[in-house]
Ligand binder design. Structure first.
Ligand code: GCV
Length: 666
């Protein structure tokens, strides 16, 4: 399928002839990263000003105003950082590696686009930045047959009919990813089955090499998801026991072969002992024994093992009130802190359940101290409207990063995953990707703000959701003040609105099982997945205090004490931590049942407002995009009403308490 260039369209800017540096690009060195940076800048200047930017190799910065790429190995901004400065009419993009220059170039382009680089500006540093997170990864849940697990933007552009796809789109993707600082990409689904197990065999290594090389031109390392049972499925061994000598040597030999063909491969992502995937538990071994065995095999080649903590009992009985899925990853991994090899990283979902619209931050953050950690978020909108609804998720990620875990010293999640808290070298952020082969990459055009935003936030965790939205809007729609104001407002109201009309107060779920779209309050209530809301005729919520599952006590203080009591629990998480009667009075002075009614009506009304906001932009946004987004917003507004009505009637029938505002409840 044909593809568009996302936010890299470089639309025309008013010609600023007076920008003295728009005369040439000078770069003395030459490598593929610098060539990518130079080409990007050339395209940007062509798009912005209709000018061809000549490429020169021979001019010293003080000679003539121009744009200079400068490698400065002693630059104090790390191996991926950059410094942009303005001097004697020239702009210098400096990095101590060419990768830093690539990132600096994309940032310079964004600054030009936003009109932040002006003629006559003060000489000196424009910006200096080294990325906050060492690893900034996208995880694609793409299957070899071309389908995507939880994909909402078409099929895979990495795989089709059990083959690896390498074409212009591979490069276009790498450009998009690199432009926001992504430096690692896992291209296949964590549920590794069938032919995907064979990605580590000769059958695929040469086509993977081509993908790897394209990625490398943009500073991105290729990673693969691995099947823990590969020694049995590929090697014909009787077990995959991580302590068995023949299993260990099988992996070592396989990895030697893989790294011979794919030198520089980033490493592997593993989902083990989770939702039916094989793992070390089968052999009575721990997750660290499993992970360390693989770590040993990739270590000589500089590889990393990224091991997921999404491990829980997915065969629970709803009558069992002792097992609490929210506790599972903590109970499984906390006792293993300090036992993982230096090249193992635990990848931890932001919340203890599964990417609900709101969850508390998992207590593993702040708990684990001697283990490399990656924060995993999901921009594929599995539970947040599946890219049929607009839901700008960056504010929710920002909240996670800003959460004070209560561990000693630097204690926010941002401190932990950046490595600042405990001095980890291998750590960072990963997002489950929201892309597919649809022409606009993300299905919903506005969902591209999540792809862009994730990368920007992972690179610069200090940015606000508003700033990120502004950068994306400007890059995508050009510089138009009204478009900026309206789209920003729409994006920023979308996550709170989605929460209001679906499942407020931290309760989550209430979706149709399996595909996870649309309202179904009891959809997961009597199922085996451990995702219950426990509503009855008196109230709703899960008691996770010391009287219940004891989950609240897994947090460090002051969080444990705050979550323990209804009165101090942050209300947006009230029903996650407590069973609450419908007549309970919230801080707003409303009863719980009235809050449920009001929030669903409010959320649905807000989708109407978002629709009107978009309609007000007709004629100011390219017609194709305008129409695509319009049709999704029309759908969203109707679907939000369905959510409102299904949820309100359910609770009206359960509680028997009418809406005090007398609105129609079915
Ligand atoms: C890739 C949830 C999703 C699954 C996903 C899993 C995971 O359960 O519904 O599709 O599997 O999370 O994160 O591994």
């Amino acid at each position: 399928m044909a593809y568009e260039m996302g936010w890299l369209t470089y639309q025309k800017l008013s010609l600023q002839k007076e920008l003295p540096f728009l005369s040439f690009l000078c770069c003395k060195e030459e490598d593929t990263l610098l060539l990518s940076a130079a080409e990007e800048l050339r395209q940007a200047i062509l798009g912005f000003y209709g000018m061809e930017l000549p490429y020169r190799k021979d001019i010293a910065p003080d000679n003539k105003p121009g744009i200079y790429f400068k490698i400065n190995p002693s630059g104090a901004y790390g191996t991926e950082g950059y410094r942009l400065y303005y001097e004697k009419g020239s702009v210098v993009v400096e990095g101590n590696t060419s990768k830093g220059i690539l990132y600096g170039t994309f940032q310079f382009i964004r600054k030009l686009q936003q009109g932040l680089i002006k003629a006559g500006m003060e000489e000196g540093i424009i910006e200096e930045k080294s990325p906050d997170n060492p690893l900034r990864m996208l995880n694609h849940w793409d299957n070899m047959d071309g389908s995507i697990e939880r994909g909402y933007a078409g099929n895979s552009f990495f795989f089709k009919e059990n083959e690896v796809i390498v074409n212009g789109r591979t490069r276009a993707y790498a450009r998009l990813a690199a432009s926001v600082g992504i430096n690692g990409v896992v291209i296949n689904n964590v549920n590794v089955k069938g032919t995907a197990t064979m990605l580590v065999t000769d059958r695929y290594l040469s086509s993977l090499r081509q993908v790897q090389q394209i990625f490398a031109d943009y500073g991105i390392k290729l990673f693969l998801s691995l099947n823990f049972a590969a020694p049995m499925e590929l090697g014909g061994l009787d077990s995959a026991d991580p302590l068995a000598e023949e299993v260990r040597s099988w992996w070592k030999l396989r990895m030697e072969e893989v790294y011979r063909k794919l030198p520089g491969l980033g490493g592997f992502l593993i989902k083990a002992d989770s939702e039916g995937r094989p793992g070390p538990f089968t052999y009575g071994r721990s997750h660290s024994e499993g992970a360390n065995m693989l770590a040993e095999a990739v270590k000589p080649h500089g590889g990393l093992i990224v091991w997921r903590c999404f491990v829980y009992n997915c065969l629970q009985d709803w009558r069992d009130k002792k097992t609490d899925r929210a506790r599972a990853s903590y109970d499984n991994f906390m006792p293993l802190d300090g036992s993982f090899a230096e090249n193992v990283i635990l990848q931890i979902k932001n919340g203890p359940m599964d990417f609900q619209v709101r969850e508390p931050v998992t207590p593993l953050f702040g708990g684990l101290k001697h283990t490399n950690q990656i924060l995993e978020v999901q921009i594929a909108q599995e539970y947040t409207g599946q890219q049929k609804h607009v839901c700008y998720l960056i504010p929710s990620f920002k909240k996670v990063l800003d959460f004070h875990t209560g561990c000693k010293g630097k204690d926010t999640v941002a401190d932990i995953v950046s490595g600042k808290a405990f001095g980890n070298r291998h750590c960072g952020m990963a997002a489950v990707a929201n892309t597919g082969d649809e022409s606009n990459w993300t299905g919903h055009d506005l969902a591209a703000a999540n792809l862009f935003g994730f990368g920007r936030l992972a690179f610069d965790a200090v940015l606000t959701p508003e700033e990120i939205a502004a950068e994306w809007i400007c890059a995508t729609f050009g510089s138009n003040d009204r478009v900026m104001k309206v789209v920003k407002k729409l994006l920023l109201m979308s996550w709170p609105a989605y929460e209001k009309y679906t499942s407020p107060l931290g309760i989550g779920w209430m979706v149709n099982p399996s595909h996870h779209f649309g309202p179904n309050v009891d959809g997961y209530e009597y199922d085996r997945w451990g995702t219950y809301h426990r509503a009855d005729h008196l109230g709703i919520g899960v008691d996770r205090s010391s009287r219940g599952t004891g989950y609240a006590a897994l947090y460090k203080e002051p969080n444990a004490a705050l979550y323990e009591r209804k009165e101090t629990c942050p209300e947006e998480l009230l029903l996650f931590f407590h069973y609450v009667e419908y007549s309970y009075v919230l801080k707003s002075n409303k009863t719980l049942i009235q809050h449920i009614y009001d929030s669903h009506f409010e959320g649905a009304d807000e989708t109407e407002e978002m629709l009107l906001l978009w309609k007000s932009l007709e004629g100011e946004i390219e017609q194709g995009i305008y129409a695509r987004v319009l049709s999704r917003l029309l759908f969203q507004a109707e679907h939000a009403k369905e959510w409102r009505d299904v949820v309100c009637s359910y609770f009206y029938r359960k509680s028997g308490i009418p809406d005090e505002k007398g609105r129609e409840i079915f």
